[in-house]
Design a protein around this ligand. Structure first.
Ligand code: UN1
Length: 501
């Protein structure tokens, strides 16, 4: 409690903001209560959206490079408070220290990206078929952007959305995970500081946070004035959100479950592969949507690889994520632990050989859920392997031909991230080709997690199809207008249509 209070105070959050309310923030490190936060509820959410819409109407008139200046100032606040916010991420989400810092670094990086972008929000000029005409497209601000984020990246994923939305001229309403309300309050406080420094051009309520449960989120999803709902979480959540937003013809950006595989080919550099797999599978306690959940290894190197992975697995340091040398911190809560145990039981039933997976440190930390990472050799890609379990479980499979490996990699419902370790150019390129990996992210000789913000992030199939952060993902946050201007003295019709008046 004290540590959280110190951090929140340093980050500018007054104690009253986390002194009472129905949402309890707990640290997965030891189960202690960090604070109580109020649930905005549907009413609070609707009020926030009305305010956000008014803010949007003002903000869209501020020139984009000037909007970028606000995001630049926010990036400065993040730089200045990086260690405090990172420590709070560690406390509330259970990430190891370097990953907490990495998460805040992703926020800083997307701010930098968005600042540059604020001078590059460009449309095309397109050849018109009519003489004396010019055709072009413009990108205009879209409206209120709703962001629903998950506990595992409690602040970075919001920042990917908010930094872009703000330079694009939108306002933002954020519904964070109920499991991580405090990091959201802290981020909001830093944003408010940036607004103060920026001055009056920023309307009030430009970016707001509404903590809350299902009813609060549902109000955001249902509201006709929320032009875009960007939601990160489980496929189950996306299945509920997507159709509701579609029913009101709103826009959705979904970033849902992954079931990411690494193919290890005979020519692979096994040192690299082991390093990539160990971090990808067991780092972050398996709680990234980009976590490596499957290894598909060529039969000629399978046993050697598994042996090395098992050695690495057994030597990983599990425990308090603030301690140096720890790679595997706690699972977020008891439900996550139960889900992991259930998946391991199913894996055994389906013919798997399980190493690890047991609870540890239960006697010293009875209210925290630390587990040994699990390595599970499977006889085939059974039902349990096809589902995403948000825990450090790695399934291994064998293959004979690359076609077979790619078919296995693609034969799951999710399509987020994927990788091949191979020093054979033909294999690597085949994996990246149209007939290769069907994922939104496909890598060669690096793991499945830890994507940089400069690329578009997201995936296909049950991952939801959304793309956020880099590349041209900004287009999600704007509306496109096609404009044709006639500067001639006649009115020719398109497609050569003639008519007389
Ligand atoms: C997530 O787990 O929701 O690629 C996002 C990565 C991070 C983002 C993960 N940059 O692992």
């Amino acid at each position: 409690m004290t540590a959280a209070k110190e951090l929140l105070t340093a980050l500018g959050v007054p104690p009253a903001a986390y002194g009472q309310g129905t949402i309890t923030a707990r640290s997965p490190i030891d189960g202690t209560t960090l604070g109580q936060v109020a649930d905005a509820g549907a009413e609070g959410m609707n009020t926030a959206i009305a305010h956000a819409h008014a803010a949007f109407l003002a903000w869209r008139e501020v020139p984009a490079p000037r909007r970028g200046e606000l995001v630049r100032l926010f990036g400065e606040e993040l730089r200045a408070h990086k260690s405090h916010l990172a420590a709070l991420v560690t406390l509330e989400a259970g990430k190891i220290t370097s990953e907490g810092l990495g998460e805040v670094q992703e926020m800083i990086d997307i701010c930098d990206f968005a600042v540059g972008l604020s001078r590059q929000l460009h449309g095309l000029t397109i050849a018109s078929e009519r003489p004396g005409h010019r055709m072009m497209e413009q990108w205009h601000p879209l409206g209120v952007v709703g962001v629903i984020s998950a506990f595992n990246f409690p602040v970075a994923v919001w920042a990917w959305n908010a930094a872009l939305a703000l330079v694009c001229g939108d306002s933002v309403v954020w519904k964070p995970s109920e499991k991580t309300p405090l990091t959201a309050l802290a981020t909001q406080a830093l944003f408010e500081r940036a607004v103060q420094r920026f001055g009056k051009e920023a309307p009030p309520h430009l970016s707001q946070v509404c903590n809350g449960g299902a009813a609060t989120g549902a109000a955001l999803v249902a509201h006709p004035q929320v032009a875009l709902v960007s939601a990160t979480g489980s496929t189950r959540m996306g299945r509920a959100v997507g159709p509701q937003v579609a029913a009101r013809f709103g826009r959705c950006l979904l970033e849902l479950g992954g079931n990411n595989a690494i193919i290890v080919a005979p020519s692979a550099d096994l040192d690299l592969a082991v390093r990539g797999i160990v971090f990808g599978a067991w780092g972050t306690a398996g709680q990234r949507c980009t976590t490596t959940r499957r290894v598909i290894a060529h039969h000629s190197i399978h046993d050697a690889l598994v042996e090395r992975l098992e050695r690495a697995r057994a030597s990983l340091k599990i425990g308090d994520p603030r301690q140096p040398g720890v790679l595997v911190g706690p699972l977020i809560d008891h439900a996550a632990f139960e889900a992991m145990q259930q998946a391991l039981a199913q894996a055994r039933e389906q013919g798997g050989h399980v190493a690890g997976g047991a609870r540890v440190l239960g006697s010293t930390d009875p209210e925290a859920y630390y587990v040994q990472p699990a390595l599970v050799q499977m006889p085939g890609q059974t039902a349990v392997v096809c589902q995403e379990t948000f825990a450090p479980i790695l399934y291994t499979l064998r293959y004979e031909t690359l076609d077979e490996a790619i078919a296995l990699q693609n034969a799951v419902p999710q399509g987020l991230s994927s990788a091949i370790f191979s020093n054979d150019l033909r294999e690597a390129e085949a994996f990246l080709s149209a007939t290769g990996s069907d994922c939104g992210i496909a890598n060669v000789n690096i793991g499945t997690s830890g994507a940089e913000i400069g690329g578009a992030f997201g995936g296909e199939k049950e991952t939801g199809g959304g793309r956020e952060s880099g590349s041209d993902a900004w287009k999600n946050y704007m509306r496109r207008a096609t404009n044709t201007v006639n500067y001639s003295r006649s009115l020719p019709l398109a497609q050569g249509v003639q008519f007389d008046v």
